[in-house]
Design a protein around this ligand. Sequence first.
Ligand code: HEM
Length: 410
Amino acid sequence: MTSTVHPPVSESPSGVPEFPMERAAGCPFDPPPTATAKQKEAPLARVRLWDGSTPWLVTRYAEQRALLADPRVSADITRPGYPNGAPLPPGGGSISFILMDDPEHARLRRMVTAPFAIKRVQALRPAIQKIVDELIDTMLAGPKPVDLVDAFALPMPSLVICELLGVPYSDHDFFQDNSKTIINRDTEPERRVAAMQALNTYLDELLAKKLAAPTEDLLSGLAERVRGGELTRQEAAQMGVLLLIAGHETTANMIALGTLALLEHPDQLALLRDNDDPKLVASAVEELLRYLNIVHNGRRRVALEDIEIAGRTVRAGEGLIMANDIANRDPDAFPEPDRLDLTRDARHHIAFGFGIHQCLGQPLARLELQTVYSTLYRRIPTLQLATGIDRIPFKHDGSVYGVYELPITW
Ligand code: HEM
């Protein structure tokens, strides 16, 4: 179990707050109060990073969307001024196209767009429902209390992404452990590099197998492109790593943290459990994505040119952190933003980002979450926490927020 203790937010003598910021004790679903206070003050504020640099924190919804859609901002982590969360590992540490600009980004993203298109993903619905039902059957047949993360939230999206990519699920301990190391904010650079290399080698070996004996999966499709000279083996392996990590960690955290948020809002949980309208379920997914905004490190970019925004000039080479957790609580975009209301129209949230890097896997994530939220609480109507919320270990140290464990009973 990882400690929930986190160092206090410190302010430098100049009054520039450090980033990332700490959430308030007892408010695990709300963004850090310092960030919310900065949003009230101004649309842009300076923050201080671990290396002493002071990029801009973009606090409000409108400015974040404008900047995320602006071709004058770059997602290239190797550019000077990029507000990196940790020292850059040797070789740049790029996790494929998520950290690249167009046209390179578009060239690579295009190669994996089709398997994540809405129609293709919808065809997975029966398979996903079967996975969800079987995991619940196993949980109900086993001892209680049980850790929902271990028994359900993590295996569910892992099984799905393994099937889609063509990765053997039996290797889940290996790839889940390495993914955890990579996305932990406090991992030392050497360990992060080692975990990246381990996953790269693993994916490269899988690609070799797919080259020799292709099957019906996404990695075989990439192997085919390698054979045709469209893609290097290294590019294909890095893409595989990105899809494998992004494909299980995010949804897993939405399942466990979403369940906890619903247990803490029993009226909302009852609404979801006692109503089988697919529209309500879809709306619940969007609202929980908005409210929890689990990818809570901010979308990071660097300005390529001087940009005039909200009466300020962001200079070329200055870092930008689009804190989408507070954008999703901006009262100008969402009335009564701190209220979890599953019936509100929250579809314009930016929990999946915005602009060219907007989440590729969102149709899949939506389908997975809709299936889980419409099944789990109906099949286990008495589902409840098996411990106090004060004993739940939250992922304050993760670049994806959630809980390490969620002991439940029924
Ligand atoms: C609830 C679940 C998920 C959330 C909240 C989420 C969130 C995000 C966010 C915020 C971004 C934008 C990053 C940026 O602008 O810097 C992103 C990008 C991405 N996501 Fe997701 N994601 C989820 C599920 C998934 C799944 C299931 C996949 C499937 C493989 C996936 C694959 C990707 C990829 C490949 C990108 C990079 C897109 C690009 O750079 O063009 N995500 N995601």
